[in-house]
Design a protein around this ligand. Structure first.
Ligand code: SAH
Length: 223
């Protein structure tokens, strides 16, 4: 793994929750997640440290949970699924995440990629994620408070771009920010959403339509 997390910094629950995370990993396997490094990362990241203490007892259920500001932490299955798709890219040097939220997926990606860039439009979430990742020792993530709806041209190209909020239409501006062999993984739609992947190949961009999903909307501007 690219980094080691300082789980002890979260306090005593870290150790006992390792068993609970092992059960989460068994469930992810039963749901079809097969990539061993992805499963290892899901076993490593203490999801309870990313949500309010009052909800911590639900941290390892396969649920999305509120993180404040009307936003949610994605359910573990979808984080594992998108990360597994990301690992199918030709290289694992630079990944861009749009929608840091609480920083959970950022941390999973930080274990698997050399550098993670992550953009969040809500200042309060960005700040809290920055503090949390610093405590955990995630030093290979670069967090920005900005509108990520056009990607991050000044740090491009990326091996993977993951969007964790749904746009009504395909975010075309991000395609030129992909390396050859790179992948854009994103939910698209409004009431009905679908997960999609676009891969940059020698012959051009190849789109694959995946399962139905349910994400918060990708919104313009910063707050
Ligand atoms: N990756 C997170 C999911 C957070 S939910 C996880 O691990 O659970 C999606 C996040 O996308 C929200 O925090 C929302 O504020 C953010 N978001 C929505 N539109 C955005 C935009 N245009 N730029 C950056 N972040 C955005």
């Amino acid at each position: 793994m690219a980094i080691r997390l300082n789980i002890a910094a979260l306090g005593g629950v870290g150790m006992t929750s390792a068993r609970t995370r092992a059960r989460l990993v068994e469930r992810l396997k039963a749901q079809g997640i097969a990539h061993s490094a992805v499963l290892a990362a899901m076993a490593e990241v203490p999801r309870h440290g990313f949500i309010d203490e009052a909800l911590a007892h639900k941290a390892y259920d396969d649920l999305s949970l509120p993180i404040g500001f009307g936003q949610t932490i994605s359910q573990p299955y979808i984080v594992a699924r998108m990360t597994e798709l990301a690992m199918g890219a030709a290289q694992h040097e630079k990944v861009l995440e749009i929608g840091t939220g609480c920083g959970y997926q950022t941390t999973v990606l930080a274990l698997l990629f050399k550098t993670v860039y992550s953009i969040e439009r809500i200042g309060g979430l960005h700040k809290a994620a920055r503090e949390r990742l610093s405590v955990l020792g995630v030093h290979n993530a670069r967090l920005r408070h900005a509108d990520g709806s056009k990607g991050l041209p000044d740090a491009a190209p990326f091996d993977v771009i993951i969007i964790t909020a749904a746009a009504p239409i395909l975010p075309e501006d991000m395609l030129p920010q992909l390396n050859l062999g790179g992948r854009l993984i994103f939910p698209v739609g409004e009431a009905e959403q679908e997960l999609r992947q676009i891969e940059r190949t020698c012959e051009g961009f190849v789109e694959t339509r995946l399962e139905k999903v349910n994400f918060v909307p990708l919104l313009p501007g910063t707050v």
